[in-house]
Design a protein around this ligand. Structure first.
Ligand SMILES: Cc1cc2nc3c(=O)[nH]c(=O)nc-3n(C[C@H](O)[C@H](O)[C@H](O)COP(=O)(O)O)c2cc1C
Length: 206
């Protein structure tokens, strides 16, 4: 089918940054798009839908230096249900850290999926500071890169693009620290607690 199927692989898809990135992509795309969230229960439906598209765009966040488990589980289902004419898979990934290169391992995981299944890896956009950049004046840089990604996907060009906030790294780290400390304070959690490995008090061992 002409057009692009966008799959949102964020575990919090309905209120995710990936949703916002997918919306920007849909707006920038010169061809029609359809967006669906990956859930635990819709793999069969998604595999059937994906079989009707030549181009699939995976939009997802970086989780612990890799792809989120929700996306990993979908890929496990998809690998056994790919059509004879394999799709071209493009990637729009965002991470919380400043450097777009943080996303390289996750992109390599998708590359490996393509190699093993005979799919083609299409264009890639790696976004650093992806949690923050959408609500800053630098959002225009993201829009510009997403337009370039949409053009590359449509033309079938395997471009690799990246974007992050154009500020010194030290300033980004300082601003992030203030953001997360305030966030913790609002939830009654101190900086010290956030720095510890304890998630919640453990029950006494009996
Ligand atoms: C469990 C978890 C693990 C994460 N791991 C990383 C990481 O390894 N590196 C990074 O830069 N950001 C990491 N992040 C930040 C997310 O990539 C970032 O917040 C992103 O914008 C979330 O996108 P989403 O709203 O589409 O899920 C992590 C976030 C969570 C919740």
């Amino acid at each position: 089918m002409a057009g692009i199927l966008i799959l949102n692989g964020s575990p919090r898809a309905p209120r995710s940054n990936s949703r916002r990135y997918a919306e920007l992509f849909a707006k920038a795309s010169p061809v029609p798009t359809e967006t669906v969230n990956i859930t635990r229960t819709n793999h069969g439906e998604l595999c059937a839908k994906a079989a009707r598209y030549h181009d699939v765009l995976l939009v997802f966040p970086l989780y612990a230096d890799g792809i989120p488990v929700s996306l990993l589980n979908f890929l496990k289902s998809w690998q056994d249900r790919l059509p004879p004419k394999k799709p071209r898979i493009s990637v729009l990934i965002n991470c919380g850290f400043y450097e777009p290169e943080q996303n390289d391992v996750a992109v390599a995981m998708i590359e490996q999926f393509c190699r093993r299944t005979g799919c083609t890896l299409g264009a890639v956009l790696k976004i650093g500071s992806g949690e923050a950049i959408l609500d800053t004046p630098f959002v225009f840089l993201v829009r510009r890169r997403i337009r370039a990604l949409a053009a590359a996907v449509t033309a079938g060009r395997p471009r690799v693009l990246q974007v992050t906030m154009p500020i010194p790294k030290r300033l980004f780290v300082a601003a992030s620290a203030v953001y997360w400390e305030n966030y913790g304070r609002r939830s009654g959690i101190s900086k010290r607690q956030m720095q510890s490995m304890d998630i919640e008090p453990q029950p006494p061992v009996t």
